[in-house]
Design a protein around this ligand. Sequence first.
Ligand SMILES: *[C@@H]1O[C@H](CO)[C@@H](O)[C@H](O)[C@H]1NC(C)=O
Length: 247
Amino acid sequence: MSSPTILLCLLLALSIRGGSFQPVPAQPSQASFAEGATAILNCPLEKGKIQDYHVFWFQQKPSAAPAWVLKHANDNRIDRGSQFDTRFVPIRDAGANAYVLQIQGVRTEDSAMYWCVAEGNYFSTFVSGSGTQLSIRGGASVKAPASVTLLSDVSQTSNAPTVHALCAVEQFYPGILEMKWSVAGKEITEGVTPGQVILNKDGSYSARSILNISRDLLNSGKPVKCIIRHESSGAEHKQSLEQCQGV
Ligand SMILES: *[C@@H]1O[C@H](CO)[C@@H](O)[C@H](O)[C@H]1NC(C)=O
């Protein structure tokens, strides 16, 4: 079990080196499949040839350590991590110059972030894609968020120039959730502390995101919203900050 840790440390150490001969894995940021289907995760290489590299796949669920799924060597040998069975099938697609991870008979609990990592020349090249968030829809264990709450300190007596808004999403499963903020209908990232997903005792997940916004902007009357999407259940919520003012 120590090898994934070593690999990830190498990944961090070596990804800083960069260089124009590096393969560049380009993973789509999201994917979604119905339970029982064959999920297909793509990892096309923008530079380099897929035949030249070994590929590693890693899985990470919220508030858990990354798990090593498998290694697909450039001689096509496959080694799997102990938690991953033959439902996880790596493919080299020479035509598309892409690595593919198939997950056959995909289950709700396979919902997670998946990274592909290309490795060549005894770790002198070790480059990771930016990860694909996989959401599995329609399973019996899927739970839409029980609540979405937006709280703010807008009515603080100090009249501080910055107002803090907290968006809290409770008890959903699986733990893959998209959380965004918008002002006047446009997504904003400035002042946003990104969504932290936490595992509850009952196995469900909750998430929090905080927005710092200037009191002037808030008072200008432009609608400020927390937007969440839970792909597995199809749940979408838009919560307006205005609705909480004066509470
Ligand atoms: C938001 O405000 C808090 C306290 O006022 C500060 O500690 C935090 O760094 C700010 N976060 C961002 C992303 O601006």
